[in-house]
Write a protein that binds this ligand. Structure first.
Ligand code: ZN
Ligand code: ZN
Ligand code: ZN
Length: 389
């Protein structure tokens, strides 16, 4: 069946990009591109002088139009996406804030950078607008469904150069995802940076699991490695029993099926008073060796606090500094990245977000062997990415 003609399916909007206007652009959305299999047409009222002074792309376009036989104040073209075209025109006319971000879908957010490229508009100038769009999306999210929002904005926040949302979404995914983290990218797009990003997020997540093991299971190992007193069997058993009661044990089960945040929620219910003490039959009173006298409540709490505060999300600036295939305009500044090790003070110098060493470490996008060659650094040594890759 042939596609319906434009006349049969009239769906024509007039959109005032600026007022007064002395030029019209009529965009017809191509039948092939439209998901609902309808034509859609829009007339944009624009300012000729603004467009001709905007980018090389629009200048060339308007120039070609001048020499055509068509009316001089109208330009007709086929477009794939009317919404993203409106965003570009408004950006150039400085009227973007007059357009509701509610009309922009996630698909449009993925489309826009490609149209930006075609029209020679720098996508990085849309960072603030992207932030507004994200805030609107987040408001719509039902309580408990935040994770899917973070998955949706993770790669786009990188494309739109929004360091803040990139850090928020990468952190949220690491702490909230159940099981292995994978990228959410629509089929029609390819993002080469997605694979290393996901690898690093999974490495960060594994590192958090490892901290829990080190801090909690490590104590049990300590007890078992010493000459055992009669109290020790009871302590080990009672600790595991209490962790089992709050469904934190076995940890791996919890990581895989419920995520890090949920494990931390469960650990908050840990009650050391429920651990039965060993009673020495000779004296009929409590007896605990040094190891068994440890303050388990504080140990569990400080483990949870350490895990919760460990990872501030990935840092877009650290990532860009070490990206060996930097985006146009970006620069590869490895020296700046490694300099942090010498100064030993802050790992977020010259970064837009505040972060600690783990974020710095996991944001490294350069070659893996460079990381392997690094001398061991400081307390809280982050997990080596090389173990994962
Ligand atoms: Zn003991
Ligand atoms: Zn038994
Ligand atoms: Zn940074």
């Amino acid at each position: 069946m042939p596609p319906p003609s434009v006349e049969d399916r009239p769906s024509h909007d007039t959109i005032s990009i600026i007022y007064p206007s002395d030029f019209k652009i009529i965009v017809t959305r191509n039948y092939l591109y439209s998901k609902d299999r309808t034509y859609k047409k829009a007339t944009f009222n624009v300012d000729y002088a603004t467009l001709i002074n905007s980018t090389q792309f629009f200048r060339g376009w308007l120039d070609r139009n001048r020499f055509s036989m068509k009316p001089k104040n109208v330009l007709e073209l086929d477009g794939s996406n009317i919404v993203t075209f409106e965003i570009i025109l408004r950006k150039l006319h400085n009227t973007l804030e007059q357009m509701s971000v509610g009309a922009v879908s996630l698909a449009d957010i993925w489309d826009l950078p490609y149209l930006c490229q075609t029209c020679h508009v720098d996508c990085k100038e849309l960072t603030q607008w992207f932030k507004t769009w994200c805030a609107h999306q987040k408001d719509k999210v039902e309580p408990g469904k935040e994770l899917s929002y973070y998955h949706e904005v993770l790669i786009p926040s990188c494309v739109y150069n929004d360091a803040e949302i990139f850090a928020q979404s990468t952190r949220a995914v690491v702490y909230q995802n159940t099981g292995h983290i994978t990228a959410r990218i629509p089929n029609e797009y390819r993002k080469p940076l997605a694979a290393p990003l996901m690898r690093h997020l999974n490495a960060a997540r594994d590192r958090l699991c490892e901290i829990v093991h080190q801090e909690l299971s490590g104590r049990i190992t300590h007890i078992l490695q010493r000459p055992l007193s009669p109290c020790c069997e009871r302590t080990v058993f009672e600790l595991l029993r209490e962790l089992q009661r709050i469904q934190a044990w076995p940890y791996d089960n919890c990581f895989t099926n419920h995520g890090i945040d949920e494990l931390l929620n469960r650990l908050a219910h840990f009650d050391a008073d429920r651990m039965h003490k060993y009673i020495d039959p000779a004296t009929n009173s409590q007896f605990n060796c040094v190891m068994c006298s440890m303050d388990w409540k504080t140990i569990v709490e400080s483990t949870a606090t350490r895990v919760a505060g460990y990872f501030d999300g990935l840092c877009l600036d650290c990532a860009l500094r070490t990206d060996e295939n930097p985006p146009p305009g970006g620069q590869y500044d490895k020296k700046d990245y490694w300099d942090c090790l010498e100064s030993h003070d802050r790992y977020d110098r010259k970064c837009r977000i505040q972060h600690g060493e783990p974020s710095w470490y996991f944001s490294f996008m350069g070659e893996q062997r460079e990381l392997q060659a690094t001398p061991a650094h400081g307390v809280g040594l982050p997990y080596r990415l090389s173990n994962q890759c």
